[in-house]
Design a protein around this ligand. Structure first.
Ligand SMILES: C[S@@+](CC[C@H](N)C(=O)[O-])C[C@H]1O[C@@H](n2cnc3c(N)ncnc32)[C@H](O)[C@@H]1O
Length: 204
């Protein structure tokens, strides 16, 4: 089992542990990179970026940005990127590595945190989230909030069979997205169980 797993799920009791802060604090001591998130060669990441390449988004939020390796790839000379993560340690590392991006520690499962941030920012053009919704119990409510404040939405998520995480199936995820957005691309990687959905708000 990878070194980070014990901080994420209690596999025996099939429950979220979600101790992301301790996990990031222990990365350097125990010498691991949680989820190999610095490895941007992973196919689903290449696909995410290939889809987004055709668009220009002036304001982007990266939900659950971890140490910022994907936020960094979304940043261009002329746009604004804000990475959000529950772990202050991850945010500190990301900020140190990528000073031209803003990072903020917040728990997006508390929907009011996300909505008040969106109110302050006056909305955004893209909400991007990679490998996060499995840990967000209120992901359906969060999707509604995202649709109120962002023109576009991209999610990339690993959904195994019989998942412990809160997103229980690809169908469930896509149905919920379709309630709030119009789907532009929906890609399933059948051997690795990754799902990518890119969507735009209805009526734009
Ligand atoms: C699998 S990592 C994904 C990191 C990055 N997005 C990527 O794809 O490489 C999941 C991230 O979600 C963050 N996270 C989990 N629950 C969260 C919450 N309630 N609010 C904000 N971030 C959360 C974790 O701290 C972790 O950095």
């Amino acid at each position: 089992m990878a070194k980070y797993h014990k901080y994420v799920f209690d596999v025996k009791n099939r429950k979220l542990v979600g101790d992301f802060e301790t996990m990031y604090q222990n990365e350097s001591k125990e010498n691991f990179d949680s989820w190999h998130q610095d490895d941007t060669r992973q196919l689903q990441r290449k696909i995410d970026l290939a889809i987004l390449e055709d668009y220009n988004f002036s304001k982007i939020i990266d939900i659950g940005c971890g140490k910022g390796s994907l936020s960094h790839l979304l940043k261009k000379k002329n746009n604004y990127v804000l990475g959000l993560d529950i772990s202050q340690t991850a945010v500190n590392i990301a900020q140190e590595r990528f000073p031209d991006i803003d990072f903020l520690s917040t728990d997006v499962n508390q929907i009011e945190n996300f909505s008040s941030l969106m109110n302050k920012m006056g909305g955004v053009n893209l909400v991007f989230t990679s490998e996060v919704f499995s840990y967000i119990e209120n992901w359906k409510e969060l999707l509604v909030e995202i649709s109120k404040s962002s023109e576009y939405f991209m999610i990339s998520l690993y959904i195994p069979e019989n998942p412990i995480g809160f997103v229980k199936s690809e169908n469930d995820l896509v149905e919920e997205i379709e309630k709030n957005f119009e789907v532009i691309e929906h890609i399933s990687l059948n051997t690795t169980n990754f799902v990518i959905v890119f969507a735009k708000r209805k009526n734009i």
